[in-house]
Design a protein around this ligand. Structure first.
Ligand SMILES: O=P(O)(O)OC[C@H]1O[C@H](OP(=O)(O)OP(=O)(O)O)[C@H](O)[C@@H]1O
Ligand SMILES: O=c1cc[nH]c(=O)[nH]1
Length: 165
């Protein structure tokens, strides 16, 4: 397993990108589980009151039969989704299948006015017509590799490349 340096530098760029996308009424929503971890840190660093939204892809995944429900499967949206300006946050964007499932989940709660997406890493490899409004970086990785977010208890994190066996 090799480590990509500069995860914290990428986070600084993500913070700036999210700040630029924020409107007066924007609601941050992190995708479980990596995006949910990131959004907690962003909410604090942006000085926003309250808790951000958390959204799970689990109930709408096209690979639900294989993955089932995970411990992080709960969606918590502490605002009215109808008419909301939603900014989804995730750590990695790859095939786009998670975001497709997350959009289905979001629309189960109401009809948002607008949904945008910011990610830490866009690693290409899209299988669906999904694009991020902001990506802190874009990488090309072979299909045999996975980019994983390693989170430390003190709030720091790193990105690691793992072999996808
Ligand atoms: O674009 P995709 O091909 O769908 O891949 C991207 C998703 O994969 C990872 O989530 P995962 O469901 O593995 O859970 P994790 O965040 O707990 O690692 C990552 O956090 C993204 O949400
Ligand atoms: O590289 C990848 C691909 C999908 N999901 C991840 O978390 N990493």
């Amino acid at each position: 397993m090799s480590q990509i340096p500069d995860a914290e530098a990428l986070y600084v760029d993500l913070l700036a990108g999210v700040r630029a996308l924020m409107r007066a009424d924007t609601q941050l929503v992190g995708v479980t589980s990596g995006g949910a971890w990131l959004v907690g840190r962003l909410q604090k660093d942006l000085g926003l009151a309250g808790a951000p939204g958390i959204i799970s892809s689990a109930m709408h995944r096209d690979d639900f039969a294989r993955r089932g429900l995970s411990a992080s499967a709960q969606t918590v949206l502490p605002f009215d989704v109808n008419g909301a300006d939603v900014l989804l946050l995730d750590d990695v964007l790859y095939t786009g299948r998670t975001i497709r499932a997350v959009l289905n989940e979001l629309f189960d709660f109401g009809r948002p006015a607008c949904v945008r997406l910011a990610v830490l890493v866009d690693r290409g490899g899209r299988q669906l017509p999904v694009a991020a409004d902001f990506a802190a970086t874009r990488l090309t990785l072979p299909d045999t590799q996975l980019l994983a977010l390693a989170r430390a208890a003190d709030g720091a994190f790193s990105l690691q490349i793992e072999e996808n066996t």
